[in-house]
Ligand binder design. Sequence first.
Ligand SMILES: [Mn+2]
Length: 262
Amino acid sequence: MELFVPHPSVSVVVRSISSSQLLKPSFLLVPTPAKQIKHPFVSINNQNQNLMEWQRPTITPAVGARIGSVKRVTNETNVAVELNLDGVGSPDSSTGIPFLDHMLDQLASHGLFDVHVKAVGDTHIDDHHTNEDVGLAIGTALLSALGDRKGINRFGDFTAPLDEALVHVALDLSGRPHLSYDLQIPTERVGTYNTQLVEHFFQSLVNTSGMTLHIRQLAGKNSHHIIEATFKAFARALRQATEYDPRRRGTVPSSKGVLSRS
Ligand SMILES: [Mn+2]
């Protein structure tokens, strides 16, 4: 049968599967035997032919990934972002704000995005401008990487625990900027990072990406834990929203037929 993969000129051929095979663990959509497919994001490794069918699926990232690159220069900051939505979770961020770097690494690791951010800003004043402009630039990179948003899940929802902290994030890549933010962070700072900047970071990202984002703290006492659980939940929710829904058949996930920032 033909399985549509939501990308131009791409199709994956899978063979029919019997009910007994359905009981075997996952990977049932990997074509066998030795059927090479064209797909922009994955390639199927047909080595290890001696393995059982269900042991064989090796999916590796390939060309054609959705990448947004942004350079943003003002009198206050100089920010460069490269965001790969189809990455491998590669973190490489250096913003001059160590705690923000730590959070951007969560975004990469738990979103399976490649998040590479370099920023130089007027942190001799405080972290405000740099934190804001990194958020703006990541949002712009996300907007660029998403393109026409065809075939994606669009919605994402995840609740992440980190020890005593529990944070729920729900988001919609609707094109409409909105942030509802409800964290009660008990201390003014984590390390040198002013905890007021968490909301400002997400507001900035929401504004340029065109995202509806709701952040709710369900539990938590430790500021570091609350913020880190937020970034982890955000990463997983964004991963879900940006991934492809094969049943969507490459169409825009909106009854309007269009999802855009404008
Ligand atoms: Mn941490």
